[in-house]
Design a protein around this ligand. Structure first.
Ligand code: FAD
Length: 465
């Protein structure tokens, strides 16, 4: 293979400051690995970029040698867009610095940083920006697709807090995009995924958060799942903006706060987090408990950073995953019946359904202000997740997710979804997510910044024309 001969790789090595790993090199397997163990792809080489110039050199090398580019931020994307067979992987893991400007409440964050890096640096000053709910997720992919988490009802999506980005373009230029510079590119970065270039620095607005927050956890057994979901349907939308919830259909974890006799029991979980006063949060918890007495519950103050890490262990690297998402305007009786009837059809206890509540600050942003791939009316972003310890179980659980997704469609807001949940390239769903107008605008911007579609290992938007 001439494109990646050792002579060629020697040229690439001499052009970059970071390491270049070829198959057989120590560092190659670690460099190419991603979160989802189900994906095991072997690029021709992995560049551990040390800065934007390395990224530009790697892009140029890939183009000259006809290698497909993949970009790895945190490696969390379940579809494995970060790695391809036989291509050039640009791994951003070394670009994980976070600089906090306390006075102006801004953070500059490396394109390969994890949420854990961002949260640790900002919380040292009692500040935060909305991210996801698992701290080993990459800031890069999460942000470029939208980014939803505990702070989304209060401060919006991650992209709603993005104020600028340093981007390495397909032609090797390094530019700053913001409301005033390359404004079209800046709009596209806020939801359009990795289609437009490699982001080496993100700049975010920060807000005072915590450092302590109030956490309440409730669990109802599967026999009362319908009652619990109906009760939550009525209660959740009226919970004040400075609180947020996650609802889960899952098996109770073997955690210290779960009574031993309920470990692994299937049912409905509610986590209710308060960012306001502990008294208000206690009152909200009391209201939920009075509406339907839980099988067990638990409440505690907790550092925001610990909240962000609460699901880290359950979602550790190395599991086999498949997922699909759908969006629900409400938990209708029909949808609840579908969820409850499918819960018993799982073949492993680790597969689950998660509901993220999106309203308030999420819905306050105008539909076309960003390129975000879903609409902004209040809703539940619903994630159907197959999580298995091996490939054998994965196939059965993938079918469980697909069947559940199909049966939910009559109750959902359509086939479009949050693009960060799309693990399979599906042009019809991508178009449905953005809608024709946003999609056409994105395709036009793609034609300007990446006319050859060099950045195509993603939820791809081919260039217009
Ligand atoms: P990667 O796989 O590295 O990248 C994903 C895509 O983004 C790829 O196409 C890649 O090329 C591109 N990309 C990454 N970084 C850059 C960059 N700097 N410049 C250009 N392109 C880049 N999402 C939420 O919104 N909220 C959650 O709470 C949440 N929780 C999650 C929990 C788990 C366990 C998992 C697996 C996923 C979760 N997600 C969540 C989904 C997450 O947003 C996506 O998986 C996202 O793609 C992860 O970004 P990454 O950088 O880790 O992924």
């Amino acid at each position: 293979m001439t494109a990646t001969s050792s002579a060629d790789l020697a040229l690439l090595r001499s052009a970059v400051k970071g390491e270049v790993h070829a198959p057989g090199d120590s560092g190659y397997d670690e460099g190419r690995s991603i979160w989802n163990a189900q994906i095991d792809r072997r690029p021709a080489a992995v560049v551990m970029a040390a800065g934007p110039d390395d990224v530009a050199a790697a892009i140029g090398f890939a183009r000259e040698n006809g290698l497909e580019i993949s970009v790895r931020g945190g490696g969390h994307n379940t579809g494995g867009y970060a790695v391809g067979d036989g291509g050039l992987m640009i791994n951003l893991a070394r670009l994980n610095s976070v600089e906090v400007d306390v006075e102006n409440r801004r953070a500059k964050v490396g394109g390969g940083a994890l949420l854990a890096d961002l949260d640790a640096a900002t919380q040292a000053h009692g500040l935060a920006t909305p991210g996801g709910m698992v701290s080993h997720t990459g800031v890069g992919g999460l942000t470029l697709g939208g980014g939803m988490g505990w702070l989304t009802r209060l401060h919006g999506l991650t992209i709603d807090n993005l104020t600028g980005a340093e981007v390495v373009l397909a032609d090797g230029r390094i530019v700053w995009a913001s409301e005033t510079e390359h404004a079209d590119l800046f709009w596209a970065l806020r939801g359009g995924g990795g289609n437009f270039g490699v982001v080496t620095t993100f700049e975010f607005a920060l807000h005072p958060v915590g450092p302590m927050v109030s956490v309440g956890l409730f669990f109802w057994e599967v026999e009362r799942a319908t009652d619990a979901l109906r009760m939550l349907r009525d209660k959740v939308p009226s919970i004040p903006q400075d609180s947020n919830v996650i609802i889960g259909l899952l098996n109770a974890p073997p955690a210290p706060f779960v009574p031993a006799e309920h470990h692994f029991q299937p049912g409905v979980l509610l986590v209710l987090v308060g960012f306001g006063s502990p008294e208000d949060h206690a009152a909200q918890c009391a209201e939920v408990g009075a509406a339907l007495e839980p099988l067990f519950s638990f409440a505690t103050p907790m550092p925001y950073v610990a909240l962000q890490q609460m699901q880290d262990e359950a979602t550790a690297h190395g599991q086999f995953c498949y997922e699909k998402g759908t969006q629900l305007a409400e938990l209708s009786d029909g949808a609840i019946d579908v969820f409850v009837s499918h819960l018993g059809r799982r073949t492993v206890p680790t597969s689950q359904v998660l509901f993220y509540r999106l309203d308030h600050a999420y819905s306050a942003v105008a539909e076309n202000a960003t390129a975000y791939g879903a609409t902004r009316t209040p809703r539940y972003a619903t994630m159907l997740v197959a999580l298995t310890p091996n490939m054998e179980a994965w196939e059965a659980e993938r079918q469980w997710v697909r069947n559940l997704w199909t049966d939910l469609q009559p109750y959902s807001l359509g086939i479009g979804d949050y693009v960060n949940n799309m693990v399979e390239f599906d042009a019809e769903r991508i178009l449905a997510s953005y809608g024709p107008e946003k999609y056409a605008r994105l395709a036009g911007i793609k034609a300007v910044y990446d006319p050859e579609n060099l950045f195509r290992r993603n939820v791809n938007i081919p260039p217009a024309g």
